[in-house]
Design a protein around this ligand. Structure first.
Ligand code: SF4
Length: 279
């Protein structure tokens, strides 16, 4: 059983690492959020973008060698819905980690003495984390806002992420982000892949599938993770999307030290296979 967030006392004492999903920009300012997290006791701050890059490689490998329908399993809302209502599709869920679980594996290997906390746009990630032994706690965006409000101390200074930086996967929280960044166009014809956001639309497809489709990139929330239920912002999906894209463009121009870039060799010998969709 994962520990409850209520057990955490802020400012944190000990070694804690925060993993941020790139949808954070919808609710929290960058780079100020990094200083804010450091002020409440996090020693390391890592974004999920490198984990996303590593799982893209797994998707590419599996899709290249498969003819059956493959359904993305990055969204636990989708995984849980299929398990509960459409068990006939369980065999189609790809057995690959989500960016959260993949990044946690990389962080645990690199910073073994740190407890890992995922900062999440939804509560579904708490369910997935029960199956990810490397994650110690999940804090949702609305919970983090409250924690930051209650713990206003320290000097906010400019700061940057610790290690594992990747820029092009910053669009992952947008619907179709996985499909767009995993270079699948080389191995799938245009009419063999389908991106669907919003659970009602996904269910429509599952009830009446198009047999041509070999890959389904699906998210429970409308718009992808920027539509997550634990996001505070009441902005429209268009405005939220704009923020993510602005952040991605900004990141392309950032001068990131070489040693902090997420290179494949830094995840050497880590398996990104996941049993979660089958549990
Ligand atoms: S699409 Fe929604 S339910 Fe799925 S992981 Fe993202 S925020 Fe969570």
């Amino acid at each position: 059983m994962k520990k409850s967030v209520e057990e955490l006392k802020f400012p944190l004492k000990g070694k804690y690492l925060a993993m941020l999903a790139p949808s954070f920009v919808v609710d929290f300012p960058y780079p100020k959020i990094i200083s804010q997290l450091k002020n409440i006791g996090f020693g390391k701050i890592v974004e999920l973008t490198f984990g996303a890059k590593m799982i893209n490689r797994e998707y590419h490998k599996q899709l290249k060698n498969s003819k059956k329908l493959i359904i993305s399993s990055v969204c636990p809302g989708i995984v849980e819905t299929i398990k509960a209502k459409y068990p006939q599709y369980r065999k189609n869920l790809i057995l690959v980690d989500s960016p959260m679980s993949a990044t946690a594996k990389i962080c645990k290997k690199t910073y073994p003495s740190y407890k890992i906390i995922f900062i999440s746009p939804c509560n579904f990630k708490k369910v997935e984390a029960l199956n990810s032994p490397d994650i110690d706690y999940v804090i949702c965006y609305n919970e983090l806002s409250e924690i930051i409000k209650k713990n206003k101390f320290g000097r906010i200074k400019k700061d940057s992420f610790d290690k594992f930086y990747n820029d092009y996967t910053k669009i992952y929280p947008l619907s179709g982000g996985l499909y767009k960044t995993s270079h699948l166009k080389n191995i799938l014809k245009q009419n063999e892949a389908k991106v669907i956001d919003g659970i009602s639309e996904v269910e429509k497809f599952l009830k009446k599938p198009d047999k041509k489709i070999r890959f389904l990139d699906v998210t429970f929330c409308k718009g992808g993770c920027i539509g997550g239920p634990s996001i505070n912002s009441k902005a429209s999906l268009t405005e939220k999307k704009k923020k993510v894209l602005q952040y991605a463009h900004f990141a392309e121009k950032e001068c990131i030290p070489k040693q902090e870039i997420g290179l494949v060799k830094r995840a050497k010998n880590i398996s990104f296979k996941s049993l979660y969709p089958n549990k």
